[in-house]
Design a protein around this ligand. Structure first.
Ligand code: BGC
Length: 686
């Protein structure tokens, strides 16, 4: 009888799958029925990972299978054999720089299908921590400085992945903005800052994308480690209605008591503070109630049920991924991520023909570069394209010469020199912050090449801003190419050759100097404290810039960026006109026309900013609340329509701990970047 009951629940839960893995009452009842049958030892076993670090304990008696997890944001890695190969997608900041929801959705689906092919049910991605300083070693994995852009990117990724039946894990909750001493330095921020800047991406992933799992961060938040932080997990994440799994980052717990009461369910990668004798001791003396343990098991099992994990065996299914489709998805994304910062004298696109010699050189020219750590992916053998591969693949009509070192004769006669520089998995990675400056040898290389020619196109691999001051005026063009994945070389060649116009836009403000970023002042605070041994238990970084992060701080701090948030050149030009704002649904529809006035088909990212005119408290001068990217043929015009919901006008009120909207006038700004507003209108909110 019991068996029949469970099978029926299994059927209902399996049907629930078609509804996007939302946890339904049927999933909850099925989980509760299982929890009620579990012994204490089984419950304790369920809440931690197994010794291999990326899977969980099975309870065969109750039909609960072992679940397998894998990193990470750019492809599938670390399952069993360390060097498993997988389609290597562009990194997170590159995905955000596309401002293309559909392409990111396809990335999520591509990594999801690869996960199924490898028998992985839970993927440890996306990473969404907000970009605060160029120095953060993990910026490359994340989605930039703006909570709206990051939320939209995360939702697209998660929906794409979960549609494949693979659970996404959004990480790292919360305030993981630096890697320097990442286990020790507390990120200290006020409630408004957390709610307006650092939480929205997680919240939208929960409310809109129904993400299955959330991973906590290594850092303490306001003094308490995230994996043991009930104020963070229970009072925020759970209060938003999250009923899925909260797991710790790998080795980030310190106290059984705090973990048990935190609202976090899973200790990963294995039991450190959840060893049976530790948990039992606290249950026996009544310091922790068994209800806390049951709740963790309930969250875990109801989420498994919603994803159908209780009904299908753990098996790799190579047919789940069509590698050709994955490569195509990776290529399309890689085409749209690179951001063209500068293009003097129209050196780009490059010119084909025997007469136009194009020299390619630099340490990253013939390498598949990736940020390091858990975001690193082993690309498919023989598939990945370097920039050299891409340039050589342009065909007979192109005269490309690859140089190991600067050769004066070649450089002098070249019509352009593509110089490939930047960081790699040794110099930009988790567990340490990176440098703002290019390696001295690379700067010397630019100078050496510049002594023969100024027809230089610098291609930079990095996860964020770098110092371009020493050499920017010696080169004609600069492209931020991020870590573009295994199709990156082919994609960059398509852009350099003019087959495709660049269409990436900065997902952060490019200040032009490290200290030009107002937040940097507070970011630096911590290393000074760090030298003070007496205070080592109180290491912290204060989020002193508050909500005025990135472009939100431009007016507030009177600080001028070199390249504004949302900026990026194309090979064409656009004209914006005919702004119309009409009430619609819970807000307004904003529509306008964009005409391609240049000579090339190109994509334009139109951005919508809301600027309160009479705020009752200090607010950023403008905030991004909508965007859309459209391909516009030369000479043609496209009408954009963006919706502004009621939430586009609100701010977080600390006193009442709620969101509030001031009545009054708001300017509605449409622009090509935060610093290039093309059209202005206004609305009055009651
Ligand atoms: C990282 C996580 C990752 C985990 C498992 C940790 O070091 O912070 O992002 O998912 O390792 O590899």
């Amino acid at each position: 009888m019991k068996k029949l009951f469970l099978t029926l629940f299994g059927l209902v839960a399996a049907l629930g799958l078609t509804h996007g893995q939302t946890i339904t009452p049927a999933h909850q009842e099925r989980a509760a029925a299982l929890v009620s049958q579990m012994t204490l030892d089984e419950k304790i076993a369920l809440i931690s990972g197994k010794v291999d670090g990326f899977s969980t304990y099975a309870i065969p008696r109750l039909g609960i299978p072992s679940i397998r997890m894998a990193d990470g944001p750019q492809g599938v890695r670390n399952i069993g054999e360390k060097n498993i190969q997988s389609t290597f997608f562009p990194c997170g900041i590159s995905a955000a720089a596309t401002w293309n929801r559909d392409a990111v959705h396809e990335m999520g689906a591509g990594i999801g299908s690869a996960a199924k092919a490898h028998g992985v049910q839970i993927m440890l991605c996306p990473g969404v921590n907000i970009y605060r300083s160029a120095l953060c070693g993990r910026n490359f994995e994340y989605y930039g400085e703006d909570p709206y852009l990051a939320s939209e990117t995360a939702v697209s990724f998660i929906e794409g992945m979960q549609k494949e039946g693979v659970m996404a894990t959004i990480k790292h909750f919360a305030l993981n903005q630096e890697e320097y001493d990442r286990h020790g330095v507390s990120s200290n921020a006020d409630e408004r800052t957390m709610n307006e800047i650092y939480f929205p991406t997680f919240r939208k992933a929960v409310e809109k994308a129904h993400v299955g799992a959330v991973m906590t961060s290594y850092n303490p938040v306001n003094g308490t480690h995230a994996a043991e932080n009930a104020a963070l997990v229970k009072d925020n994440l759970r209060a938003w209605g999250f009923e899925g799994i909260v797991m710790t980052d790998w080795v980030s717990t310190y106290s059984t008591l705090n973990f048990m009461n935190s609202g976090v369910d899973f200790e990963m990668p294995r039991a450190i503070v959840t060893k049976p004798e530790m948990v039992k001791a606290l249950l026996e003396n009544g310091v922790v109630s068994e209800a806390e343990l049951d709740e963790k098991c309930q969250h875990i099992l109801q989420t498994y049920a919603a994803f159908g994990f209780l009904d299908k065996p753990l098996e790799a299914d190579p047919s789940a991924e069509d590698p050709t489709v994955s490569r195509d998805r990776a290529y399309k994304l890689a085409l749209e991520g690179p951001v063209l910062l500068k293009n003097d004298d129209g050196i780009l696109p490059l010119k084909s023909g025997k007469k136009n010699l194009i020299a390619v050189l630099g340490p990253n020219a013939n390498a598949i570069v990736c940020g390091g750590g858990s975001g690193w992916v082993n690309p498919e053998d023989g598939r990945a394209s370097t920039i050299v591969d891409g340039m050589k693949g342009l065909g007979k009509n192109w005269n490309v010469e690859v140089l190991g070192t600067p050769q004066p004769d070649v450089l002098r006669k070249a019509s352009a020199v593509v110089l490939c520089l930047g960081f790699d998995s040794n110099t930009e990675k988790e567990n340490s912050d990176r440098k703002y400056y290019l390696d001295k040898k690379q700067v010397a290389l630019i100078e050496s090449v510049a002594s023969y020619t100024d027809k230089i196109v610098v291609v930079v691999n990095s996860g964020g801003e770098i110092d371009i001051r020493p050499w920017a005026d010696k080169v004609k063009a600069i492209i931020l190419d991020w870590y573009p994945g295994q199709e990156g070389g082919n994609a960059l060649a398509a852009i350099l050759s003019g087959k495709v116009s660049p269409s990436g836009r900065l997902p952060f403000t490019f200040w032009g100097s490290l200290d030009g970023n107002p937040a940097q002042k507070w970011y630096k605070e911590m290393p000074q404290l760090h030298n003070d041994k007496v205070r080592q238990h109180y290491r912290y970084t204060t989020y002193g810039e508050g909500v005025f992060l990135g472009y939100r701080g431009v007016e507030h701090f009177d600080s001028k960026p070199l390249y504004p948030f949302g900026y990026g050149l194309t090979y064409s030009s656009f004209d914006y006109s005919d702004l119309q704002i009409v009430p619609a649904g819970d807000g307004y529809d904003v529509s306008f026309t964009v005409r391609n006035t240049g000579k090339t088909d190109a994509k334009e990212v139109a951005q919508l900013y809301v600027a309160p005119e009479q705020p009752s408290i200090l607010r950023p001068a403008q905030e991004l609340k909508g965007y859309d990217k459209q391909l516009i043929a030369k000479g043609q015009a496209v009408r954009y329509t963006l919706h502004l919901g009621a939430d586009a006008f609100r701010y977080y009120d600390i006193a009442s701990r709620t969101w509030k909207t001031d009545p009054g006038r708001y300017e509605i700004r449409v622009g090509a970047s935060a610093g290039d507003i093309k059209l202005r209108g206004n609305v009055t909110v009651d």
